[in-house]
Design a protein around this ligand. Structure first.
Ligand code: ACO
Length: 428
């Protein structure tokens, strides 16, 4: 294949642009010299077709429904790995040896507490606070407790472990606070996911045994969310980090980007949508008609994806998990039947077929979280907990890349041309 592409301009002038090809043969045109060579910029609203970076972390083929972290398929990782190992893989680029795994786990255990002074912050929020508001503010606050994170030349390894471990504690504490229960401190004898379940569901007055089914399901859920290349929140982490902002600030920005209902907030929106359909007597055909007619800009939440134009491989695994976990827990959730019914109809409907709209990761994850006893407004926090190693890996890759520049897109200005200032008297 030629290593350059030729661009011909309206006035007949031409320029050659470098073509680069990724490991999986994805070709790209390098336009970084376009403006300096020709005066032109490119316009790509919503970055539909713009590669913002080279990255060796996650490979995604949306047409074929493939997702791999560091070369390992999501199916293999969900079945054989656990969240701690997958986090290590994403951040360090390789699966850990036994010793590396043990050291990493010990560090995660050691850094699970948050500074006691931070407990007062939880008390300051009203009980109605959305836990994403609390989580993002708390993560930003961590940079105040670890000011050496502001030094761009200081080692980041300890901050990475701290963040991974403490976000889990903050998430569980914000839940406990919202329901008025005492905070449950992490228990060092428990594995990562079991410890989270303990902090969420244990109470001082009772013994709490972590269910192995729940622990396994949580590991799988978090693995499935752990990275997804240059999505909205990850691009935000990189963008904020590119200015030299510290790790905690960059990740807090990613948490906020994730909150929106078109991104990580969709898992909450799916359950709210299913509840609404259930309340209306389960009339999902009528609901789907409203979606197709774009009534009140309705969307089938949990369907569609910017990159997947085929079944999201994560949704496939989650659908199967839903069946298994709900049976294990002996939970009958009418929302699961509704979701399956809606999926079946949608996948046969011309509207969804022609637009290549398939279930995404959020369509079934909420049903699983519900079965595990996690309340709806915590779903996006769960997503953030899962996505954390991906954000960290992407931030680290960006910081270590000597070619990184501050993120600064161009624009096509469409406003007024230069005009003279009009005084208040003249304006009336
Ligand atoms: N329900 C109904 N119609 C849809 C849906 C949907 N879920 N998604 C897209 N469409 C339609 C749009 O109305 C549009 O139709 P048009 O061509 O007639 O105008 C067309 O499909 C293309 O939609 P866009 O919004 O342009 O596609 P985009 O790639 O920008 O959006 C997105 C992707 C935001 C995920 C979209 O599919 C959506 O809103 N889905 C529902 C929310 C959701 O589940 N988000 C989670 C995504 S996964 C994640 O972030 C973890």
């Amino acid at each position: 294949m030629s290593t350059t592409a030729k661009l011909v301009f309206p006035d007949g002038k031409e320029t050659d642009l470098d073509v680069i090809v990724g490991t999986e043969n994805e070709p790209a045109i390098d336009i970084s010299s376009l403006r300096s060579k020709t005066g032109y910029v490119t316009l790509d609203t919503g970055y539909m077709n713009t590669g913002s970076t080279k990255s060796a972390i996650t490979y995604l083929d949306g047409e074929a429904g493939i997702l791999r972290y560091r070369g390992y398929s999501i199916e293999d990782l969900a079945e054989h790995s656990d969240f701690v190992e997958t986090s290590y893989l994403l951040i360090n680029g390789k699966l850990p040896t036994k010793d590396e795994r043990a050291t990493f786990s010990t560090q995660l255990t050691r850094h699970s507490l948050i500074h006691e002074d931070m407990h007062q912050f939880f008390a300051g929020y009203p009980p109605t606070s959305h836990p994403m508001a609390v989580l993002s503010a708390m993560v930003t606050s961590l940079s105040a407790y670890y000011p050496d994170s502001l030094d761009r030349n200081a080692p980041v390894e300890l901050h990475i472990t701290r963040l991974l471990s403490k976000v889990r504690t903050i998430a569980a504490f914000s839940y406990k606070k919202s329901i008025g229960q005492p905070l449950m401190y992490p228990k060092n004898s428990l594995r990562f996911c079991a410890n989270f379940l303990h902090m969420m569901f244990a109470v001082p007055s009772e013994d709490y045994e972590v269910s192995p089914v729940l622990e396994k399901a949580l590991n799988q859920l978090l693995i499935l969310h752990a990275d997804h290349e240059q999505n909205c929140s990850t691009s935000t982490v990189r963008m904020v980090g590119s200015s030299g902002a510290n790790l905690y600030a960059s990740i807090a920005a990613g948490i906020l980007a994730l909150w929106g209902p078109l991104h990580g907030g969709a898992n909450q929106a799916v359950i709210e949508m299913l509840e609404e359909v259930k309340l209306s007597g389960g009339n999902f055909k009528g609901f789907l008609d409203d979606v197709k007619n774009k009534k009140d800009n309705r969307r089938l939440m949990g369907f569609g994806h910017r990159v997947y134009k085929n079944y999201d491989p994560r949704a496939k695994i989650l659908k199967k998990m839903c069946d298994e976990v709900l049976v294990h827990l002996n939970v009958q959730d009418p929302l699961l039947d509704l979701a399956k019914g809606m999926e079946e109809i949608a996948l046969k409907d011309d509207y969804f077929i022609s637009k290549k709209l398939y279930p995404n990761v959020d369509f079934y994850s909420g049903i699983l979280y519900r079965a595990m006893g996690i309340p709806t407004n915590m779903f996006t926090v769960m997503f953030a907990l899962g996505r954390l190693p991906g954000w960290i890996a992407q931030w680290k890759e960006m910081v270590e890349d000597k070619d990184t520049k501050i993120g600064r897109p161009r624009q096509i200005y469409t406003g007024e041309k230069a005009r003279p200032y009009v005084s208040q008297e003249q304006r009336g």
